[in-house]
Write a protein that binds this ligand. Structure first.
Ligand code: SF4
Length: 360
C-alpha cells in the first residue's frame, strides 16, 4: 500500500520515513511542570504501544523538566514549542529527541535560526507543524473564504518556506505535519506536500473531537492518506485519555493491514436472535488483553470472534483463528471453522484468555 518513499529521519531510537513502519505517536495532557504526573502518563502510553511522545513546553520551568522526563522513559520525547524560541533551545539542551515548532507563531527568521543551531548541536530533528488555525496568512486575512484547495496551497507554502529556511542553514532532519480540523483540508494539504517533497509526514486531523466523532474523522482522514501511501507517522487527536488515542491509531493501522498490534477482535452487532451478552464479553476480553503485555503479544495477528448466535455465528466466524458462537447461556467453541466443544456463557472470557496463553 505504501508508495511514497520519503527520506529517513531518526527520532531517538525510531526511524521515520523510508520503508519504516508507520509509527504511532501521542501527546501528554499533563502539566509538564508536574514531573510525576507526566512520567506516569508516558509510562501508561508506552505500555499501550505509543512509540514517540510529545509534551507541551509552555514555559522555562517545563523546559527544565525535560531532561529528567527523558531519563525516566524508554521512548523518544518530543518538545512542543510555541511562541518562544528560547524554550526550544533549552529543550534541545535538555536532551529531547525532537523539537516541534509552529512556523505560524515562532517568530522571525533569526529566532528560527537559533532553534536550528541548537538542534544541529544536539543532532536532533525538527518537526515543522503547520496548523490551519495558526497560519501566518490568517494575520492578513482573519476571516478567509478560501476553498479547501486554497487552504491546502497556503498551508503547503508556509511549510515549504520554513523547510527552505532550515535547509539554507544546512539542516535536513525535518518532519512536516499539515493539520486542519476537517478531513478535506488535511488530506488536500498532505497530498499536495507529498507531491512536492520527500520530507516525512506526520499525519493526523487536529482537534478531531470526542472519542467517537474524533475517531471517525481521524480514521477517514488518516486512512485516506495512508491508502495513497502518504504518512510516515500518525497521531489520533481525541478529547480523551491519550491511551485511547494510541489504541485508535493502532486500530487504523491494523484495519489497513499496515501494522499488527494485539488481536483482531470481531464480534457481531447482535439482533433479536441473540440470547447472550456479546457486548459484555467482547469488552471484557478487550480490557484483559490490552492490560496484559503477554496476552497482547501472544494474541497479536490472531482473529478472535464472539458471535451472538449459532444461526450465522459459526459461518461468520469461519475464518477466525478461534471464537465462540452463542446459544442460550452457552456457546459453541470454534477453531478455524471447526466446532470443538460447548462452553458456558460465564466461562467465555476465561476460555478465550486461556487459549491466548497457549499461543506462542
Ligand atoms: S451472529 Fe446471530 S445474533 Fe449476531 S447479528 Fe448475526 S444473526 Fe444476530
Amino acid at each position: 500500500m505504501r508508495v511514497r518513499k520519503s527520506r529517513v529521519v531518526k527520532v531517538g531510537k525510531f526511524a521515520i520515513g523510508g520503508t519504516n513502519p508507520v509509527s504511532v505517536q501521542s501527546m501528554c495532557n499533563t502539566d509538564t511542570r508536574d514531573l510525576r504526573a507526566t512520567i506516569d502518563q508516558i509510562r501508561r502510553l508506552e505500555h499501550a504501544g505509543c512509540e514517540i511522545i510529545r509534551v507541551a513546553v509552555p514555559d522555562m520551568a517545563a523546559a527544565r523538566n525535560l531532561g529528567r522526563i527523558r531519563k525516566a522513559i524508554d521512548i523518544p520525547l518530543v518538545a512542543d514549542i510555541h511562541f518562544d524560541w528560547r524554550l526550544a533551545v533549552e529543550a534541545a539542551r535538555q536532551g529531547v529527541d525532537k523539537i516541534r515548532i509552529n512556523p505560524g507563531n515562532i517568530g522571525e527568521k533569526d529566532k528560527v535560526r537559533e532553534v536550528v543551531k541548537a538542534c544541529k548541536a544536539a543532532r536532533i530533528p525538527i518537526r515543522i507543524g503547520v496548523n490551519a488555525g495558526s497560519l501566518k496568512a490568517l494575520k492578513k486575512t482573519p476571516a478567509p473564504r478560501w476553498t479547501p484547495r486554497e487552504w491546502a496551497g497556503i498551508m503547503v507554502k508556509e511549510a515549504l518556506d520554513e523547510v527552505r529556511l532550515l535547509e539554507r542553514e544546512g539542516f535536513g532532519d525535518i518532519v512536516v505535519s499539515l493539520k486542519a480540523d476537517d478531513i478535506e483540508r488535511t488530506v488536500a494539504a498532505n497530498l499536495l506536500f507529498a507531491a512536492k517533497s520527500d520530507i516525512p509526514l506526520h499525519v493526523g486531523v487536529t482537534e478531531a473531537g470526542s472519542f467517537l466523532a474524533g475517531t471517525v474523522k481521524s480514521s477517514l482522514g488518516i486512512g485516506l492518506l495512508l491508502t495513497k501511501g502518504v504518512g510516515d507517522t500518525i497521531r489520533v487527536s481525541l478529547t480523551e485519555d491519550p491511551v485511547m488515542q494510541v489504541r485508535a491509531a493502532y486500530e487504523i493501522l491494523k484495519a489497513l493491514g499496515l501494522r499488527q498490534y494485539g488481536p483482531n477482535l470481531i464480534s457481531c452487532p447482535t439482533c433479536g436472535r441473540c440470547q447472550v451478552n456479546v457486548e459484555k464479553v467482547i469488552k471484557e476480553i478487550e480490557a484483559r488483553v490490552y492490560s496484559d503485555s503477554t496476552l497482547l503479544r501472544r494474541s497479536t495477528g490472531k482473529k478472535i470472534a464472539v458471535m451472538g448466535c449459532v444461526v450465522n455465528g459459526p459461518g461468520e466466524a469461519r475464518d477466525a483463528d478461534f471464537g465462540i458462537a452463542g446459544g442460550k447461556g452457552r456457546g459453541i467453541w470454534i477453531e478455524r471453522g471447526k466446532q470443538i466443544k460447548v462452553v458456558k456463557e460465564s466461562d467465555w472470557v476465561n476460555e478465550v484468555i486461556r487459549k491466548i496463553r497457549t499461543l506462542r
